[in-house]
Design a protein around this ligand. Structure first.
Ligand SMILES: [Zn+2]
Ligand SMILES: [Zn+2]
Length: 359
């Protein structure tokens, strides 16, 4: 069986351990991708901290780019050598949700055992259907989209999670119309793509809310028209002042409960809150139902930007190639797999952008 180097979580909150694992060959409908790049997402860190439970040992990593190096039987529309983005969105294509155009909430449970194991035969969890903190992955064919050869691997990797989540939250979940006003809470990896998403969708004003002045300045580079410090007293009043009214949509891109508690306060009549950031399991938020009812407001969860990979990735790619969507500028650091714990520590310090592991 082929062997790969992977960063393995053996205990929550412990550093990841670089191990040599066995990766089985792709089964029917699966492909093997040899990775060029994988970005570190806050979801990987939440998992490694035990915030969402799950079995161990496990390999995290789910924002990846690489080339197809093996094909299982019955794979359609993909070929050896294709440059692909690898996502965690595994969709059967035939359940009611997939058939209804919502593959991010595919109803079909994942089949079969993990493709990863140790030399002694112990199974290793392929977290988030990817396990991409590794030199190679075996994934379902629904999880990848072929991309142009001339795109840098880092930019391709970013399309796998943060970018589709942020833009999708605005375009697919909030269904923003030209001229509407948006507040984006959190100017991190997802917020910095929700902001250009709002711009692409034709927002009038885009207010970024974050804890740091530095991140608000970066948010403006990515298209925010106004910045509000979350630490200010009643920050929503400042947003209302900037907009001259309540927002039509507030996109919550961080998993912090205070952000969720405040979010509806940014909204005006008929506004909607799009819930993207994921707090730890069991964390509860508070809101005032009477206000939402009286003001005809909505709250909607949005997993992975409600994206349809083969519909949305190609147009986002095109916008990147036209210079209308910044991806290269989202990369803050480049690391090797051996340096992954340092890269994770750097991400935890709250830097705005993405750290990427290059192979
Ligand atoms: Zn992610
Ligand atoms: Zn399905």
């Amino acid at each position: 069986m082929p062997q790969i180097k992977a960063a393995v979580c053996t205990g929550f909150n412990d550093p990841l351990a670089i191990e040599t694992l066995d990766l089985r060959a792709p089964l029917a409908g699966e492909i093997e991708v040899t990775l060029d790049a994988v970005a570190i997402c806050h979801s990987d860190i939440h998992f490694a901290e035990g915030g969402w439970g799950g079995d161990l040992p496990a390999v995290y990593g789910h924002e990846a780019a690489g080339r197809i190096t093996a094909l299982g039987d019955g794979v359609a529309g993909l070929a050896l050598g294709n440059r692909v983005v690898v996502t965690l969105i595994r969709a059967c294509g035939t359940c009611a949700n997939c058939a209804g155009g919502r593959p991010t909430i595919c109803d079909t449970p994942n089949p079969g055992p993990s493709p990863l194991s140790r030399a002694d035969g112990t199974s290793v969890v392929q977290a988030m259907n990817c396990g991409a903190f590794a030199e190679r992955v075996v994934v379902d064919q629904s999880q990848v989209v072929p991309l142009p050869e001339d795109m840098p691997a880092e930019a391709v990797a970013l399309l796998a999670c943060g970018v589709i989540t942020g833009i999708g939250a605005v375009v697919n979940a909030a269904k923003l119309r030209a001229g509407e006003d948006v507040v984006v809470i959190g100017a991190g990896g997802v917020g910095l793509t929700a902001i250009p998403g709002a711009r692409i969708a034709g927002a009038r004003r885009i207010v970024a809310v974050d804890m740091s002045d530095e991140k608000l300045a970066i948010a403006k580079e990515f298209g925010a028209t106004d910045g509000v410090l979350a630490s200010a007293k009643s920050p929503w009043r400042q947003a209302h002042k900037a907009l001259g009214r309540g927002a039509d949509a507030v996109i919550v891109t961080v998993g912090a409960i205070p952000a969720y508690n405040d979010a509806p306060r940014y909204l005006g009549w008929g506004g909607r809150m799009i819930m993207v950031g994921m707090p730890h399991s069991g964390a509860m938020a508070e809101y005032e139902p009477v206000m939402l009812a009286y003001m005809s407001q909505g709250m909607t969860g949005s997993k992975m930007g409600d994206v349809v990979l083969r519909r949305d990735i190609p147009w986002m790619t095109d916008l990147y190639r036209q210079g209308r969507l910044k991806l290269d500028e989202l990369v803050s650091g480049r690391w090797s797999l051996d340096q992954i714990n340092d890269a994770i520590a750097d991400t935890k310090t709250g830097g705005a952008k993405r750290n990427v592991i290059l192979f």
